[in-house]
Each structure stands twice: as structure tokens, then as C-alpha cells.
Design a protein around this ligand. Structure first.
Ligand code: SAH
Length: 253
């Protein structure tokens, strides 16, 4: 019995080491941000739980096949504390460091669906958090930029993402400022809730592009899409009620 256990442990360890060495290869300059399929599959939850989660989201009304495929490919349990791993594939938000949360998978799916991403589009995420949403965007072949205001979360997310073979461009900073040096963006995705529209971000959108943002105070927010239809012309639409952590100004360690 003991020997058998030892043998299976060795197999698991060898599996992780092999996966690790592939995933940690330095990204080529022109490499896509999507990881080698084998890498994620090796690290995939043993029960195919991510695929089941995607099926559950489909039953809840998510129709975009590319969004469902992306969620079915990302090992969510690797973006949270391992003590919470058993909850990783439930459709629930979960706590991460610094009192923040990894969004509920349904919320990630709704926001991603509203982006209507085409491969190669340039997207800016505000609120890297665990890095999970950024991984989903990479799976959809977007050119991903993401900002986080907590340095600790920024560094942790970078480590997790790179280990899995995802290489979005990650920045430590205040999302209210956006990334003027990399603008304009086809789409902007805000994953924390500002009380008012972050004006500087609007100016970093391409004309014809849009921002998906949960707008409102701590009691709850309206998922809002703001489309830039002209230089100073925007059109807004609302897409249901959600609850996010607040978008806060400035940065912290
Ligand atoms: N997209 C994340 C969700 C994280 S929750 C994920 O997939 O895990 C929202 C995140 O937004 C938190 O990490 C929070 O620290 C961050 N945030 C809040 N205000 C911000 C700001 N002004 N700039 C950048 N990040 C911000």
C-alpha cells in the first residue's frame, strides 16, 4: 500500500515538474499570449471540473461558445488559496488576499460575453486580482493589458499566470489612470466597481470600441456598456445587477 502511494506521489510530482518546466519557458517576443494546450491540460483539475463549470454557465444563459470554451480551459483552482480549492468550480466568488475577491464565474462570463472579443483585439482590464479573468481573455486570443492597485496581488497574479503559460502585460498602478502610453484599446473591462464613470478610461477607447463596467456604490451596481461612437460621443446600455468590490483610487503594497 505504502509503496503504491509513494509511486503515485512520484508520478504526480514528475507531472508537475514537467508542466512547470514547459510553462516557465521564457516567452518569445512574438509568442501569442495563449499557453501551449498541453500545459494547461496537465495542470487541469483531474475531474474536468472547468468543463463542467462551463456547462453550468451555459445552462445559466451564457451563449458565446468562445467564452464557454475559455472558461472550460482555465484551471480556476490554481488562482486561489489551495485551502479553498474544493470550492474553485462552484459558481461563487471567493476571497483572495488583501480583502479582494476572484469574481463569480457567471460574472466573468457575462462581462467577457459583453466584450464580444475578436481574436487579436487589444483589451485593458482594470483589477487583475487573482489573474483569472486575464487568463480567460488570453484564452480568447486577445492582446491583454491588466492593471492592479495592490502590488502583492499584481506580483502573485504574474507568477500564477506565467506558470500556466499566460503572458498578458501586467501593470501595478491605479486603474483610474488607465494606460495612456498603450492606448487606444478596442475594449476596456473594469472588474471593480467605480461610483462614477472613470472619465480618463473613456478617452483611451478606440472610436467604435467600448467599456464594460459595473457602475454604482457599495449596495450594488448596474453592469454598464459604454460605447464610444464619436470623439466626444458615447452611448450607454445596462445589463443587469451585480455586486463587485469597490474601485479605489491610488495604489497600496
Ligand atoms: N479580475 C479579478 C477580479 C478581482 S476583484 C480576477 O479575475 O480575480 C477587483 C480587483 O480590482 C481587486 O484586486 C482590486 O484590488 C482591484 N482594484 C480596485 N480598484 C482598482 C484600481 N483603481 N486600479 C486597479 N485595480 C483596482
Amino acid at each position: 500500500m505504502k509503496t503504491r502511494m509513494k509511486r503515485s506521489l512520484t508520478f504526480i510530482l514528475i507531472g508537475f515538474c514537467l508542466a512547470g518546466s514547459v510553462a516557465c519557458a521564457h516567452p518569445q517576443k512574438n509568442e501569442t499570449q495563449k499557453p501551449n494546450k498541453q500545459v494547461t491540460d496537465t495542470l487541469q483539475h483531474p475531474t474536468g471540473a472547468a468543463k463542467k463549470l462551463a456547462e453550468r454557465l451555459k445552462r445559466k444563459g451564457i451563449t458565446d461558445k468562445r467564452v464557454l470554451a475559455a472558461i472550460g480551459n482555465v484551471p480556476r483552482h490554481l488562482f486561489i488559496d489551495e485551502r479553498l480549492a474544493e470550492y474553485a468550480y462552484l459558481d461563487r466568488p471567493l476571497p483572495i488576499e488583501k480583502g479582494q475577491t476572484i469574481s463569480q464565474p457567471y460574472t466573468v462570463a457575462v462581462q467577457t460575453e459583453l466584450l464580444k472579443l475578436k481574436p487579436g483585439e487589444k483589451v485593458l482590464e482594470i483589477g487583475t486580482g487573482s489573474g483569472y479573468q486575464a487568463a480567460v481573455l488570453c484564452e480568447m486570443d486577445a492582446e491583454v493589458y491588466s492593471i492592479e492597485r495592490y502590488q502583492e496581488l499584481h506580483l502573485q497574479a504574474k507568477e500564477t499566470l506565467n506558470k500556466l503559460g499566460y503572458y498578458p502585460r501586467l501593470f501595478f498602478g491605479d486603474g483610474f489612470e488607465g494606460l495612456p502610453q498603450h492606448a487606444p484599446f478596442d475594449k476596456i473591462l473594469v472588474t471593480a466597481a467605480p461610483e462614477k464613470i472613470p472619465e480618463k478610461l473613456l478617452n483611451q477607447l478606440k472610436i467604435g470600441g467600448w467599456m464594460v463596467v459595473p457602475l454604482g456604490g457599495r449596495q450594488g451596481q448596474k453592469m454598464t456598456v459604454i460605447k464610444r461612437i464619436g470623439n466626444d460621443k458615447f452611448r450607454e446600455s445596462e445589463h443587469g445587477d451585480f455586486i463587485f468590490v469597490p474601485m479605489q483610487e491610488g495604489t497600496e503594497d
